[in-house]
Design a binder for this molecule. Structure first.
Ligand code: NAD
Ligand code: GLY
Length: 379
């Protein structure tokens, strides 16, 4: 745990992911990178850190971070990887591991992931496997990473057979979400992260969804206080779910709302810039609620409210602008059948009885899924 007396900005928020002896703090505030040395020093047994960042993020934040760590007496090295999903390939992971090992880390060395979900997943998996397990810290710099990927210990890389198929649960020692880093994040990446925030409202917190309807546009326009509030509420929701079900035996699957659809869209689009993960999640959530309506589980008005809000903030809710002519419902269903969450040949879906009332089920007729996909392809 972080030193509870460590100096924090007055408006900082501190949450705990309560995993017993592996519990850790999430700190959310402006300016945490500059304070990272004093905040992290009590956690770093060996006073040695290796920071891993992508080249874009390194250009903005690597020197301030290594400066802050060095100033606090931490012996700091750094490694960079190219930005983008390709850095989560097995080959890129192998290359990174050799570079980590060339720095002769000891068991007490800590890896620090500075960046978005790509770097967090990659550096986290490097930490899980180097010397059979090193400590690591997440310093997420995208909205998506601050509200989702940096918290909860899912780390991993991609295989030619699919995304995140090689990985480990490996919890960080701390998460420092420096809200100020969002100032340099491109608007499209902000919106993609915002989709994961909406997810928390839709899965279990109708009051938070209402709050987002009122404040989402201002948040996306860069209001730091609103960003901090939304990150904190999202992390609190995720921390509670992870503490109750770390290994996704049950309730944690709620965090995959929209993802069975989204993973099929991403697989079909080739995991490039054409469709960002958060954009796929937005379309997937809209589809999940449409499917819930189709099955007589959810009022149509709730699905309409979700779609209206996602559209109002500039997120896609259908595939019309994304899909090529050769995309079909059948091909998308085939991707779902290969998803790693398939059990006994049946895909897992998160459906909802309304906004804020999601549940997990494998009992979904695939003809209803295909009909929902045909609707999404036309929308
Ligand atoms: P990303 O890490 O690729 O970052 C998006 C882009 O923004 C990159 O080009 C990056 O260089 C740039 N960037 C990052 N921070 C910036 C900043 N502050 N200013 C300017 N540019 C910045 O993408 P992402 O959306 O953060 O993460 C997506 C990844 O996260 C996927 O690989 C997905 O599988 C993974 N993910 C993991 C989990 C989990 O629980 N582990 C959850 C959701 C998603
Ligand atoms: N992003 C889903 C999870 O962490 O379980």
């Amino acid at each position: 745990m972080m030193d509870a007396t460590a100096p924090l900005p007055a408006d900082a928020r501190r949450l705990t992911v309560d995993l017993g002896q592996r519990r850790y703090d999430i700190v959310i505030a402006d300016g945490l990178i500059a304070r990272a040395g004093t905040l992290l020093r009590p956690l770093l047994a060996g006073r040695r850190a290796i920071v891993i960042a992508d080249e874009t993020v390194a250009g903005y934040y690597l020197d301030p971070l290594t400066g802050a760590l060095t100033e606090a007496g931490i012996d700091t090295a750094s490694l960079t990887v190219p930005p983008g999903e390709a850095s989560k390939s097995l080959a890129a992971f192998g290359d990174l591991m050799e570079r980590v090992l060339a720095l002769a880390p000891e068991r007490s060395t800590t890896l620090v992931a500075l960046g978005g979900g790509v770097v967090g997943d990659l550096a986290g998996f490097a930490a899980a496997t180097a010397l059979r397990g090193l400590a690591f810290v997440q310093i997420p710099t995208t909205l998506l990473a601050q509200v989702d990927s940096a918290v909860g210990g899912k780390t991993g890389i991609n295989s030619r057979y699919g995304k995140n198929l090689i990985g480990a649960f490996h919890q960080p020692r701390a998460v420092l979400a420096d809200i100020a880093t969002l100032a340099t994040l491109p608007p499209r990446q902000m919106r993609a992260g915002y989709a994961e925030i909406v997810k928390y409202g839709v899965l279990g917190d109708p009051g938070f969804f209402d709050w987002l309807v009122d404040h989402g546009a201002a948040l996306l326009a860069g209001d730091g206080a609103l960003c901090a509030e939304a990150v904190a509420r999202s992390c609190a929701a995720k921390a509670a779910i992870v503490a109750a079900d770390e290994r996704e035996a049950g309730r944690r699957a709620l965090l995959n709302l929209g993802h069975t659809f989204a993973h099929a869209f991403e697989a079909e689009s080739g995991y490039g810039d054409r469709l960002l993960h958060g954009e796929a999640v937005a379309i997937g959530m809209a589809a999940a609620l449409r499917l819930s309506v189709r099955l007589g589980l959810c009022p149509a008005a709730d699905a309409d409210r979700l779609t209206a809000h996602l559209s109002a903030v500039g997120l896609p809710t259908g595939l019309a602008g994304v899909a090529d002519d050769d995309w079909t419902a059948e091909r998308l269903v085939a991707h779902m059948a290969r998803d790693k969450k398939v059990a006994d040949g049946r895909a897992t879906f998160i459906l909802a009885r309304g906004i804020g009332h999601a549940f997990v089920t494998r009992d979904v007729p695939m003809d209803a899924v295909a009909a929902t996909l045909r609707e999404a392809l036309a929308a």
